[in-house]
Design a protein around this ligand. Structure first.
Ligand code: FAD
Length: 457
C-alpha cells in the first residue's frame, strides 16, 4: 500500500521516526508519498524571511526525494483526505505538532480522514511537550526544576536514516505560493545537509568556547541553528546524542551549557502545550493592568526602534541585525526587548509580532515566551524591576564594540571606548547617527512606577 507522509516542521530524512513509521506501514512492496501543504493559516502570517527559508528547505527536500515531494495548497482538512483518496493511502503519517493551531488542525484532519488513520510519531523536541511533569502530575512553572526533570527523563537515540525509500511518483504537484527573493537579507543556506554541516562546524570549532562565548554578540560564539531547529532540518535529539560523547572531556561544561539551551526550547514548548493561551495572554495576569504609551510621539519612538535609530548603539545594532539577517543574537534580543517594553513603554505583544514578522527562526513558543520573560509577565520571568541598561549591557557584552560597529556604520570611526556612548566622543555624536531618543534613567523610573501601580491594585 501507499503511506502518506505529511511534512510540517520536520524537513529532513535523517533521524525521522515518522518516516520510519510510514515505511513500516507501506511494507516491503509499498511506497511512501511525501507531501507538504501550504496552509494559509500558517503561510499568511509568516514574514518573507521565514517564507523564503521554508521554501528553500522544501526545494532541498524535494531534491532529496528525487522530485517526489508533492506540494498542495489549502486547508489540510480538505487537502489530505482528497490526496489520500487519490492515491488510495492506507495511513497518513506526521511528526506530532504541539502548538495550539497545529493541535486543532491535526484533530480536524484526523476527523476528516475518517477510516484512514492519522499516525503521530515523534515530536520536534527532545522530549515531547507535556511529558515532563512534577511528581504530583502538574506542569513545571519554573525552568530549572523542569530542566532537571527533563535530563532525568532522557530521550531516544537518533533514528537510523533509511536507505532506498520507494517514493510514490507521478502524483500531481502544485506550484508553491509566489515568494520574493530577499536581496537585502542574508539567510542561512537551507536544508538538511546545510544544517548538519553548520552543526558539525560549530561542534568542532566553537562549542569548546560556548559556555563563555555565547554571551558576546561580537564573536560568532553560538551555533546559529535556530532556523534549522525551527523547521526540523535537524532534530535536537541528534545534537544531544553528539553532545553526550563530549560530556566528560574538556568541552563538558560547554556541552552541558548547550544542552541547557535546548532545554529552554523544550521548556517553552511545554509551557505552550499546557497553556495554549500563553502565546498571546500574560502568564502573570496582574500585569495586564500596566499602562502603555500611545499617540504620535509613541509611534515615532516605535518606528525609531524598528529602524535601529534610537541613539542607543547596542539596541540599534540588534534591530539592524534583525533587518539584515532575520536573526538577532540572544543577549541582544533581551536588550532590544527590554528597551521596547521598559524604556519606550510598549506592550510586549507589539515587539513579539514585529519579531515574528522578521525572524527566520520565528517560533511562537520561544519568541512569545522570550518576550514575556523579558517583560516580566511570563512563567519564570525576569523580575519586573530588573531593567536592562542598554549602555552598560553594551559595554559588558560587546566590550570592543565590534558588534555595534558591524551593524552601525555611522559609529565605525569611533574609538571603541566611545562606541556604546557616542555622546562622550570628543567630536560628539557622529553626523548621521541620532542622539538618544529617551533618557534611560528617567524612563526606568517611569516603568517601575507603573509596575508598582499595576501590582498594587
Ligand atoms: P544557541 O545559543 O546556539 O542555542 C542553541 C539552540 O538552543 C537555539 O538554536 C535554540 O533552538 C535553543 N535556544 C537557545 N536559547 C534559547 C532560549 N532562550 N529560548 C528557547 N530556545 C533557546 N528562539 C527561537 O528559536 N525562535 C524565536 O522566535 C525566538 N525569539 C526570541 C525572542 C526573545 C525576546 C528572546 C529573548 C529570545 C528568543 N529566542 C528565540 C531564543 C534565542 O534568542 C534564540 O534561540 C537564539 O538566539 C538562536 O541562536 P543560536 O541558534 O545561535 O543559539
Amino acid at each position: 500500500p501507499t503511506a502518506l507522509l505529511w511534512f510540517r516542521r520536520d524537513l529532513r530524512l535523517g533521524d525521522h521516526p515518522a518516516l520510519l513509521a510510514a515505511l513500516d506501514a507501506a511494507g516491503p512492496d509499498g511506497d511512501v508519498l511525501p507531501v507538504f501543504v501550504f496552509d494559509d493559516r500558517l503561510w499568511g502570517p509568516s514574514g518573507n524571511p521565514r517564507r523564503r527559508f521554508l521554501l528553500d528547505c522544501l526545494t532541498d527536500l524535494r531534491e532529496q526525494t528525487g522530485g517526489a515531494l508533492v506540494f498542495r495548497s489549502g486547508d489540510p482538512a480538505q487537502v489530505l483526505p482528497a490526496l489520500a483518496a487519490e492515491v488510495g493511502a492506507g495511513s497518513v503519517h506526521v511528526t506530532a505538532d504541539a502548538g495550539p493551531y497545529g493541535r486543532r488542525r491535526d484533530a480536524a484532519v484526523e476527523r476528516a480522514l475518517g477510516e484512514v488513520p492519522l499516525v503521530r510519531t515523534g515530536s520536534p523536541y527532545a522530549v515531547a511537550p507535556g511529558r515532563v511533569v512534577k511528581r504530583d502530575g502538574t506542569p513545571f512553572q519554573v525552568f530549572s526544576p523542569f530542566a532537571r526533570a527533563w535530563r532525568e527523563h532522557g530521550w531516544h537515540s537518533p533514528a537510523a536514516r533509511p536507505d532506498g525509500v520507494a517514493w510514490t511518483t507521478g502524483v500531481r504537484s502544485e506550484d508553491p505560493p509566489p515568494t520574493p527573493d530577499l536581496d537585502d537579507v542574508t539567510l542561512p543556506p537551507a536544508g538538511e545537509a546545510a544544517a548538519t554541516a553548520a552543526w558539525q562546524r560549530f561542534r568542532d570549532e566553537r562549542l569548546p568556547g560556548y559556555a563563555e562565548g555565547r554571551n558576546t554578540p561580537g564573536t560568532n560564539g553560538t551555533s546559529r541553528l535556530s532556523a534549522y531547529l525551527k523547521y526540523g532540518c535537524i532534530h535536537p535529539r541528534t545534537l544531544l546524542a553528539d553532545l553526550a560523547g563530549l560530556d566528560t572531556g574538556p568541552d563538558s561544561e560547554s556541552a552541558r551549557s548547550y544542552a541547557n539551551e535546548l532545554a529552554w526550547r523544550d521548556f517553552y514548548a511545554d509551557v505552550l502545550w499546557h497553556r495554549p493561551e500563553s502565546a498571546r495572554e500574560y502568564l502573570k495576569p496582574e500585569l495586564q493592568a500596566m499602562g502603555y504609551d500611545s499617540g504620535p510621539d509613541a509611534e515615532e519612538l516605535v518606528a525609531a526602534w524598528k529602524a535601529g535609530r534610537t541613539g542607543f548603539p547596542i539596541v540599534d545594532a540588534g534591530m539592524r541585525q534583525l533587518l539584515g539577517e532575520a536573526y538577532v543574537h540572544n543577549r541582544v534580543r533581551m536588550i532590544v526587548a527590554s528597551f521596547l517594553v521598559k524604556d519606550l513603554h510598549q506592550e510586549w505583544t507589539l515587539g513579539a509580532e514585529h519579531f515574528m514578522a522578521h525572524l527566520v527562526d520565528g517560533d511562537l513558543a520561544s519568541n512569545n515566551h522570550g518576550w514575556q520573560w523579558v517583560a516580566g509577565t511570563g512563567t519564570d520571568a525576569s523580575p519586573y524591576y530588573r531593567v536592562f541598561n542598554p549602555t552598560t549591557q553594551g559595554k559588558k557584552f560587546d566590550p570592543d564594540g565590534s558588534y555595534v560597529q558591524r551593524w552601525v556604520p555611522e559609529l565605525r570611526d569611533l574609538d571603541p571606548k566611545h562606541v556604546h556612548e557616542p555622546w562622550t566622543a570628543p567630536g560628539g555624536v557622529p553626523a548621521g547617527y541620532p542622539e538618544p531618543v529617551v533618557d534611560h534613567a528617567s524612563e526606568r523610573l517611569v516603568a517601575l512606577e507603573r509596575y508598582t501601580r499595576a501590582t498594587r491594585r
